[in-house]
Design a protein around this ligand. Structure first.
Ligand SMILES: [Zn+2]
Length: 268
């Protein structure tokens, strides 16, 4: 899960909440993926590899697919991220908050956003696009009709702009996984609106058992050096299920001189 590929140091922001990855670090991370025998792919492609009938088979010469996703529709996806992806023959999925994408340049969180022209060019070059709502609201704070409108209107806009179906959604802000009733009803709304998948802030690697309408991701930013990045890929954070566990692990992660938490293979 990436956001912006830019040199903003985000001074004063806790490492866990940083959303910027420097272009240099992003380039290194893509190289580390390649070095690990991985291939960066869109969410659609990643999920196709996770289907039970293909999960255990070798694909693409045995290269492990890693779905790479971007939230928020920033322009640096076109200028910094995509060229780095292309150097390795990788692709990715970008989730757009559609109110901030226009034929004219708009801004979101003080950063430049993609234009529809750039979105179309990137799509022609192999990037995949999904919805990140219209207005990027905190959905839990809205009534159900407003949530429904965010899901429906962003999808309609994307479909009209791209001339193709839109299957994928990314939940803005922290996914309220503890609120079971909300999560259940939200899944129903996603399905009704026509989405097949929803990626969230739940930290884990997805597997064939993962709920397609509440998929986990691994956050990445400039602080992911080689050791931390490869530990995440290997599954070091798959067990960070509860907020308490996250807090504890992050405390270890940010202690000066500390090493990443121990790698534990996920039990199948
Ligand atoms: Zn977002």
């Amino acid at each position: 899960m990436y956001h912006s590929i830019s040199d903003d140091p985000e001074t004063g922001v806790h490492p866990y909440f940083k959303v910027c990855t420097s272009p240099r670090r992003f380039g290194e991370q893509m190289q580390w993926l390649a070095d690990q025998g991985c291939r960066g792919v869109t969410l659609s492609e990643g999920l196709a590899h996770l289907a039970p009938e293909t999960e255990d088979k070798e694909n693409d010469g045995g290269k492990k697919p890693v779905a790479i996703t971007f939230d928020d529709g920033f322009r640096d996806f076109a200028t910094a991220a995509f060229p780095a992806l292309q150097r390795h023959g990788f692709s990715a999925t970008m989730y757009l908050p559609t109110a901030f994408v226009s034929e004219e340049r708009k801004h979101f969180k003080d950063r430049e956003c993609l234009t529809w022209g750039e979105v179309r060019e990137l799509r022609n070059a192999g990037a995949e696009f999904g919805s990140h709502t219209v207005n990027h609201p905190r959905l839990v704070q809205l009534g159900w009709p407003a949530i429904e409108a965010e899901l429906r209107d962003s999808r309609t806009d994307l479909e009209q702009r791209l001339g193709a179906g839109v299957d994928h959604f990314a939940y803005p802000y922290a996914f309220p996984q503890a609120e079971k009733e909300f999560a259940r009803r939200f899944s129903d709304l996603l399905r009704t609106a026509g989405y097949r998948t929803n990626v969230t802030t739940m930290i884990e690697r997805a597997d064939s058992q993962s709920d397609r309408l509440a998929l986990p991701r691994l956050p990445a930013n400039s602080d992911d050096d080689h050791e931390l990045f490869t530990a995440k890929l290997a599954g070091a954070y798959d067990w960070m299920g509860s907020p308490q566990a996250v807090t504890k692990a992050v405390a270890r992660w940010v202690r000066p001189g500390s090493r990443p938490v121990a790698i534990r293979e996920k039990s199948k």
